[in-house]
Design a protein around this ligand. Sequence first.
Ligand code: 5AD
Length: 356
Amino acid sequence: MKEIYISDEVRAPGDAYAFEDILAVLLSEDEEALRVIYDQADRMRSRHVGEGVHLRGLVEFSNNCSAVCSFCGINALNRGARRYRMTPDEIYGSAAFATGLGYRTIVLQSGEDALYGTDDICRIVERLRTRYGVAVTLSLGERTGPEYERLRGAGADRYLMRFETSDSALYSKLKPGSSLEKRLEHIRRIRDAGFQTGSGIMVGIPGQSVESIARDIMLFRQLDLDMVGSGPFVPHPDTGMGQGPAGSLSLVMKVTALTRIVLPGAHIPATTATGSIDPCGQEMALRVGANVLMPNMTPPGYREKYAIYPGKMCVKESPADSDRTARALISRIGRHVAEGYGHGRSYYLREKGKNG
Ligand code: 5AD
């Protein structure tokens, strides 16, 4: 297999040449051929985003959710999920701990929790920025266009929203009553509000074709994402998709490498789900294109309740443990913790635009 070359003009649909190449990688079982692609991705990671690994402190502040996603353990219909909602002061406590460890980004993640209103989140964002001097990433699910704008106005820097799959029939099965089209519209609104925008997919969803994953990767590029996080699908027994195997580590590695190749400057995490299906998963991802880790800063007691899938790594750990594990991993592979905020590409493009 040869290295994949994607010309710079082609950030548009219908890039058939790239599609065929991407599909060939996804289908390949030839370790030597795949090595070429992994080495290419690792080299591109090194050239475009360097040897620094960005640490983002993840605070899972509420597992209340009004969405009915058939794959997710904290969906509204799962009566077995034990619900919690951290108070703003608890959130600041987690942020204070993370900043004490040197974190420059806090990721606020929750289910679609309407009781945490947009104004409440805005106040928390303002406080995090002024008091702790951190960049703030939000991962709150779907809100309205004006709400995204208010959150951005309050100073939130980034927003994460996976589209999960670009197969619209499969998407409707994952999220009954919703559509891929609507999801992509949300992602566009997030981008238009001025956020550095992150998305991603689950790999190995029952019924997901390899061709559709190739299209997912093409879509990462078309959306010109700042961040792309993908991980294996992991079946949760208390959901409609509780049956069947988890996504395979090898397919996740291919997706990670190809993501780096199509978006050389993106921030790509070695995701928690990847580390949860294999103890070496995150290390492997960092070696084939990933450059971000998101250590869990959620207090013990809450984090085990944020059970979007079973067997999640580090549920028994403390924030200090998660931080230590991440740093040990980074030095083990000869990299270092990146300094600075680690903003995405669109941030720098916007800054350049401002300064003429
Ligand atoms: N397996 C893997 N990933 C999951 N997510 C939710 N449920 C699961 C699961 N069962 C992922 C989704 C979502 C992100 C927050 O967590 O991709 O966007």
